[in-house]
Design a protein around this ligand. Structure first.
Ligand code: F6R
Length: 617
């Protein structure tokens, strides 16, 4: 997830079936609320034409203007808008209509000004300031020129530059639903007597578990019980046989279930997500690596790994490097996706490229994955979303099994990604005989205990909330750690920044004296991750340096007694194997960011300027 400039968080949902209540569209949009929106609308075929209801505001405002009693409908669309082109207003809200064509859109049409100018010169009259409104006008123009509807849509969208997931209704085709995708996410749900589509799986999770992802530049026409998918460029029919995926997520995974925010729920779901991700795989980590080897056997064994990812997934990758190099002795490079793709990477035989991506749709990570494949690397995707683009394009997939993550800030997918990397490290280490049987079993045993230890750590929630109360006014934070916990300093700072909008920096503690120490002033909160491992004494010295300059030390440690009187605040955590300490230490950092954000009245599930999936560069 990331910055939203050039990217919209709009949500779309569609239904075609025998008949349903309008509530289905409203409920679908409700489940997309986490994407953030400022206006909403729906449209449906009423037997005589298309009815449109839209309004600036929230879904409850939309519900106020819907017909009562709610009419049954068999084809319809819904949209939540996050304004980019034109202010939030009813007229700018979707759906947009022109001469019998009704459209909802997620994405940005970059060349809309030019298209609009041409259409206006041809006599088309526009109502809104949006980029989207050119789409129904263009389609209607081609209809008027005599093209049949699907061809008119195809001709129109091939003129568009930018990104789009579109849902389209035509007055002249009352039993048909059209959808097209380029760059913006879109998933089709296949029910027993109905089809659905949505920007994201949770929107339609209560109705089906069977999904099909439209690829970029594909157009799908759904009529009665027939799905026709075609390539936009060639118009060739694309078979979807064998391409549907079954998702085992349950609808309650997409509900708050008593928590105030999804983020809080998801932090608390971590032990369960970890159990699911490691599951039976932990009995045979070598099995997984063996599959990779089969793939690589013509090229030689896995000699090195290039791990590539963004944001929180990048921090998981950095921790993975420590784990893999430490126990499997295989060299690993870790890059931020947007850097990797442009740095002309050297990919030698035996390189395994690993993309880590919660969503599987992050544009920069996909581009890096394609670049690596183009240069001859075999690719592994560590991903949470079954059937997403990264998994479809990778040679091998290792799914994290976190369930849907709805809070914009990643939490449970982070710990599950670390678990997946740990499985990889263990498997490679066993396969290379870097670990003897007993060492491997000890690690496996300690790894199995992690979910229980995480639960213990979560019981610190109330204490961390109190601590958050005393820190919520701070303007800046520093996070320090060493070794395998250093990436957690980055992750703790990232969580705080995005959730509470407080400036924060993460550093390797040993780097302090090379600059950042100049920042330390009286009362500056410095969160220090201080596990009792071989680096503890060094971290202890760093704490003294901070104290000597008046900083306020908040220590996350399994050695609270040693730090008593030294640190200002201590968050005691359970001990575990040094390699697994990040699984435990990250929890207080997530909770601290969460509580500071809530206390500062921030919308922690939908932080400003951020969206859950970044499908543009
Ligand atoms: C931070 C966060 C983001 C994502 C990043 C990558 O809380 O969620 O930094 O980790 O945008 O997203 P994915 O993993 O979907 O590729």
């Amino acid at each position: 997830m990331r910055f939203t400039e050039g990217f919209t968080m709009c949500g779309i949902v569609g239904y075609i079936g025998k008949s349903s209540s309008l509530q289905l569209l409203v409920d679908g949009l409700k489940r997309l609320e986490y994407r953030g929106y400022d206006s909403a609308g729906i449209a449906f075929q009423n037997g005589k034409g298309v009815e449109v209801y839209k309004i600036k505001g929230k879904l409850k405002d939309l519900q106020q203007i819907l017909p009562d009693p709610s009419p049954a409908f068999s084809v319809g669309l819904g949209h939540t808008r996050w304004a980019t082109h034109g202010a939030p207003s009813t007229v700018n809200a979707h759906p947009h209509r022109a001469e019998g064509i009704t459209v909802v859109h997620n994405g940005i049409i970059e060349n809309y000004r030019e298209i609009r100018a041409h259409l206006e010169a041809d006599g088309h009259h526009f109502l809104s300031e949006t980029d989207t409104e050119v789409v129904p006008h263009l389609i209607s123009k081609y209809l008027k020129e005599g093209l049949p509807i699907r061809k008119a849509i195809r001709s129109a969208v091939r003129q568009l530059k930018g990104t789009y997931a579109l849902g389209i209704l035509s007055d002249g085709d009352p039993n048909t639903l059209f959808t097209v995708r380029k760059g913006s996410p879109l998933v089709i749900g296949i029910g027993s007597e109905a089809f659905y589509f949505a920007s994201d799986i949770p929107a339609i999770l209560p109705y089906t578990r069977r999904f099909l992802y439209l690829d970029d530049e594909q157009i799908c026409t759904i009529e009665d019980s027939n799905l026709d998918i075609r390539d936009l460029e060639s118009d060739a029919v694309i078979s979807y046989e064998g391409k549907t995926v079954e998702i085992d997520w349950t609808p309650d995974l997409a509900e708050k279930c008593g928590h105030d925010y999804f983020m809080h729920k998801e932090i608390f779901e971590q032990p369960q997500a970890l159990r699911a991700t490691i599951g039976e795989r932990l009995n045979d980590p070598l099995g997984f690596v063996t599959d990779l080897r089969i793939y690589l056997q013509r090229r030689s064994d896995v000699q090195k790994l290039h791990i590539v990812s963004c944001g929180t997934s990048y921090h998981a990758a950095l921790i993975g490097k420590y784990m893999i190099e430490r126990i499997a002795r295989v060299p690993v490079t870790v890059d931020i996706s947007s850097e990797y793709r442009y740095r002309n990477p050297i990919i030698e035989n035996g390189t395994l490229f690993v993309a880590i991506t919660q969503s599987g749709e992050t544009a920069d990570t996909l581009a890096a994955q394609r670049e690596a494949e183009r240069r001859g690397a075999r690719t592994l995707s560590i991903c949470n979303v079954v059937g997403s683009t990264s998994t479809r394009e990778a040679n091998v997939v290792l799914y994290t099994r976190s369930g849907p993550e709805i809070g914009v800030a990643s939490t449970k997918t982070f710990t599950s990604q670390m678990a997946a990397l740990c499985l990889l490290a263990l498997g490679m280490a066993i396969g290379k005989n870097c670990l003897n049987r007993q060492e491997a079993e000890t690690l496996q045993e300690q790894f199995r205990e992690l979910p229980d230890l995480m639960e213990k750590t979560l019981s610190m929630d109330a204490q961390i909330r109190t601590l958050a109360g005393s820190l919520m006014e701070a303007k800046d934070f520093l996070y320090l750690a060493r070794g395998i916990n250093y990436p957690l300093a980055l992750e703790g700072a990232l969580k705080l920044k995005e959730i509470s909008y407080i400036h924060a920096e993460g550093y390797p503690a040993g780097e302090m004296k090379h600059g950042p120490i100049a920042l330390i002033d009286k009362g500056l909160p410095v969160v220090v991750i201080a596990p009792s491992n071989d680096l503890f004494d060094k971290v202890f010295s760093n704490i003294e340096e901070v104290k000597a300059r008046g900083g306020r030390v908040i220590a996350v440690t399994d050695a609270p007694d040693v730090l008593k009187g030294k640190a200002d605040d201590i968050v005691p955590v359970p001990s575990t194997h040094p390699l697994f300490t990040p699984f435990i230490n990250v929890i207080p950092l997530q909770l601290l960011a969460y509580h500071i954000g809530v206390l500062r009245n921030c919308d922690v599930d939908q932080p400003r300027n951020l969206a859950k999936s970044v499908t543009v560069e």
